[in-house]
Design a protein around this ligand. Structure first.
Ligand code: GDP
Length: 195
């Protein structure tokens, strides 16, 4: 905080998307503060965290946005309903604002919940409908510490990622597995494209 002497070469906005409870908030907490909580409260609205890192001798500030997934539209509608704004128009406006300027996206599912993986198609559709064309996308199967409860075979995710041209990794925010690696991978690729 308040260290204005540090020169930032690039700021990259990355958005986290996926169903609620897949672990988006904990992935972000692990990456930005090396923290984890087992009883994390649902994210209300939108928040972001930043982390500054060095890539190729340049200072890169990652600004990572987290949201309450499907609750997003609903919450905002409640907030604005007094203003008599149409639900659809509002949903689009908020969604667009969330994706605006994003150069990377992490599509997160819970590898113990098949449905959260099946919904990736829809999330990808929303993403492609709103985000920049050359946004870098990474598919993330979180909670790999719960291996015995696996409901999504790695091959299914790999095949989907290959077909849709996404990076893919399995992570555990709980055990810190691949968390740093997946953020570094996406940020390095973004750097390669935009720097
Ligand atoms: P979000 O709604 O997608 O942001 O999900 P949260 O980050 O709030 O996580 C939902 C629940 O899953 C919380 O109880 C977390 O503690 C738990 N959780 C998140 N990541 C992991 C993980 O890697 N492994 C395990 N076992 N639980 C996790």
């Amino acid at each position: 905080y308040g260290d204005y002497s540090q020169k930032i070469d690039y700021v990259f906005k990355v958005v986290l998307i996926g169903d609620s409870a897949v672990g988006k908030t904990q992935l972000l907490a692990r990456f930005s503060r090396n923290e984890f909580s087992l009883d994390s409260k649902a994210t209300i609205g939108v928040e972001f965290q930043t982390k500054t890192l060095i890539i190729d001798n340049k200072t890169v500030k990652a600004q990572i946005w987290d949201t309450a997934g499907q609750e997003r539209g609903r919450l905002i509608v409640i907030a604005y309903i007094k203003a008599f704004v149409g639900r659809r128009i509002l949903y689009r406006a908020v969604t667009s604002a969330y994706y605006r300027g994003a150069v990377g996206a992490m599509l997160v599912y819970d590898m113990t919940k098949r449905q959260s993986f099946d919904h990736m198609v829809r999330w990808l559709e929303e993403l492609r409908g709103h985000a920049d064309q050359n946004i870098v996308i990474m598919l993330i199967g979180n909670k790999c510490d719960l291996g015995s409860l696996r409901a999504v075979p790695m091959e299914d995710a790999e095949e989907f990622a290959q077909r849709e041209n996404l990076f893919f990794m399995e992570t555990s925010a709980l055990e810190s597995t691949n968390v740093e690696t997946c953020f570094l991978t996406i940020l390095t690729e973004i750097y390669r494209i935009h720097a």
